[in-house]
Design a protein around this ligand. Structure first.
Ligand code: ADE
Ligand code: ZN
Ligand code: ZN
Length: 259
């Protein structure tokens, strides 16, 4: 009997079902926060430090995942992603009344721009905004409902059973083996024009950019496929680019809010 229980536990661990697989891993979020910090105006930096009582954007970037374990914050769970069918558009598909990542980012910006919001409310929504701008750049957070943004799309990562969502949240970045600050300081060198090009557009435009990548990932990945070095070679620079775009765009949004 004991052996059967052990087997069940091992199957769960091996497939990744037992892990909190629903978030762009900590390293990714922190790298995006750290990159954003480097692109903040002095004024925005000062106001953000005040609101966060001195904490860095990297430090607060994982807050929205940490609160998930508290029942009280359950309504915020759908704010981390958006799902709509591959043959539809965001506009044509009925919006989730529980919210989605695009609505969430808009709400956070509104609360932060509203002079009547309390400091506590502003700090809370700032932490959420830092996190959701990271999630927006995880291509599988702009996915489809049937497989929960590829959370039920089973694959292998080297010799481990997992799912495609987790490969993009954590596995690939873990295998790359750089800390968040190393990822931030080794981000691609961009010209002023390239940065301006990345800053242009709306939250919805940026969501659609992630959607394109999501479609590309589905085209290039088979259910049950064993992914490893070849996959990293194909996608690690795409992932690094997403972390950087997330950081630059987060700073742009914050500079607009805080002047
Ligand atoms: N749960 C359901 N859909 C999801 C998605 N696209 N990303 C993360 N978690 C999800
Ligand atoms: Zn998240
Ligand atoms: Zn995720």
């Amino acid at each position: 009997m004991k052996a059967i229980y052990l087997c069940i536990v091992m199957v769960f661990l091996n497939t990744g079902w037992g892990t909190a697989a629903e978030f762009w891993g900590r390293t990714g979020h922190r790298a995006t926060g750290e990159i954003a910090e480097k692109h903040l105006s002095n004024k925005a930096q000062k106001k953000i430090k005040e609101l966060l009582d001195g904490a860095s954007l990297a430090f607060v970037s994982t807050f929205a995942d940490e609160i998930k374990s508290d029942e009280k914050y359950r309504p915020y769970s759908p704010w981390h992603y958006v799902n709509f069918p591959f043959d539809s558009t965001y506009e044509d598909h009925p919006k989730s009344d529980r919210g989605d990542i695009v609505q969430a980012i808009d709400t956070c910006i509104k609360v932060l721009k509203d002079a009547s919001s309390s400091k506590e409310d502003k700090a809370f929504h700032l932490k959420l905004l830092v996190h959701f701008m990271g999630d927006l750049h995880q291509p599988l957070h702009v996915g489809k409902a049937e497989d929960k943004g590829a959370n039920t799309f089973q694959v292998r990562w080297f010799d481990d059973g997992t799912n495609l969502h987790t490969v993009w949240d954590t596995k690939m970045i873990e295998s790359y083996n750089m800390s968040y600050s190393e990822l931030a300081s080794n981000a691609d060198m961009l010209s002023k024009e390239e940065i301006e090009a990345l800053e242009s557009g709306t939250v919805t435009d940026w969501m659609y950019e992630s959607r394109e990548l999501c479609l590309d990932i589905y085209k290039n990945t088979d259910i049950g496929e064993k992914l490893g070095y070849r996959y990293m070679y194909r996608y690690m620079n795409v992932m690094r680019g997403q972390l950087q775009k997330g950081g630059i765009r987060l700073a742009h949004v914050l500079n607009d809010i805080f002047g």
